[in-house]
Write a protein that binds this ligand. Structure first.
Ligand SMILES: C[S@@+](CC[C@H](N)C(=O)[O-])C[C@H]1O[C@@H](n2cnc3c(N)ncnc32)[C@H](O)[C@@H]1O
Length: 239
């Protein structure tokens, strides 16, 4: 067993079971196989979910242009972004793939462990990209109160219904693990205080704006939209 697996189990207060140990069907469990950490359900036929930045950087996800437009204003600027609700790191990977520096913040220790494991694997494959990516396992509002970035990006909740940024299977798994956030206002205030140029919030297309606050601009796709709260013009970065 890799030493980091034992250390992780201790940190998360989990028990390591031998592979053949039977668990109650449907229990959430972490799997550690060939240095890849993943989250799944015991007895499920579905593949467990892992974060894979190497693959994400190779195969760009469909529809990332709107996110890039919302974050960079389509300017070729090298921004430092805090992805304050990192989740499975899919949006972070898109930003990373465009050459931005990304600091991920994730409050859930299990999700943070999936991200940390993926960063470790990225370091072995692409040291340059890994050098632009970091992770903090913390509450975003607390973290943002202490740190600044050019842009703060928020995608706080897995949508309960309708189209989601995540596939349905992943969404259900993570809803079960995370529950729903109810601190939208605190989070948005912290993001607005931390960002230099703008805050971008991902929403389901028809969802109300975060904390009921209207954005300056909304960039709409077929299923999601990116609400932009501008603070300063990004053109100043080019000047
Ligand atoms: C919808 S997911 C983000 C998905 C992500 N954009 C992606 O591309 O994979 C929301 C994540 O934000 C995290 N989150 C919600 N509120 C948070 C907070 N206040 N601080 C840190 N993380 C938070 C949740 O734990 C969850 O993992």
């Amino acid at each position: 067993m890799p030493p980091s697996c034992a250390a992780l189990a201790e940190r998360l207060g989990l028990t390591i079971l031998p592979e053949d140990q039977s668990l109650e069907a449907g229990s959430l469990c972490l799997y550690w196989k060939e240095d890849v950490l993943s989250l799944g359900r015991a007895g499920s036929r579905e593949y467990p979910v892992a974060v894979d930045f190497v693959r994400a950087l190779q195969q760009r996800r469909q529809g990332p242009e709107l996110l890039i437009k919302a974050v960079t204003g389509n300017l070729s600027v090298k921004l430092a972004v805090i992805d304050a609700t990192a989740g499975l790191g899919r949006d972070s990977a898109i930003l990373l793939g465009r050459g931005l520096a990304v600091t991920m913040v994730e409050q859930n220790p299990v999700v943070a462990a999936l991200l940390e494991n993926a960063i470790d694997r990225l370091k072995l494959q692409d040291a340059e990209a890994a050098g632009r990516l970091s992770l903090n396992s913390a509450d975003a509002a607390d973290y943002l109160a202490q740190h600044r970035a050019d842009v703060v990006y928020l995608d706080p909740m897995f949508a309960a219904s309708g189209k989601s940024a995540l596939a349905k299977k992943d969404m259900q798994l993570f809803q079960h693990l995370l529950g729903h956030g109810d601190e939208d206002s605190r989070l948005l205030d912290a993001a607005l205080a931390s960002a230099e140029y703008r805050v971008v919030v991902k929403r389901a297309l028809k969802a109300p704006p975060l904390a009921g606050r209207e954005p300056g601009v909304a960039i709409k796709g077929k299923a999601v939209r990116f609400d932009v709260y501008p603070l300063k013009s990004l053109k100043q970065l080019n000047a």
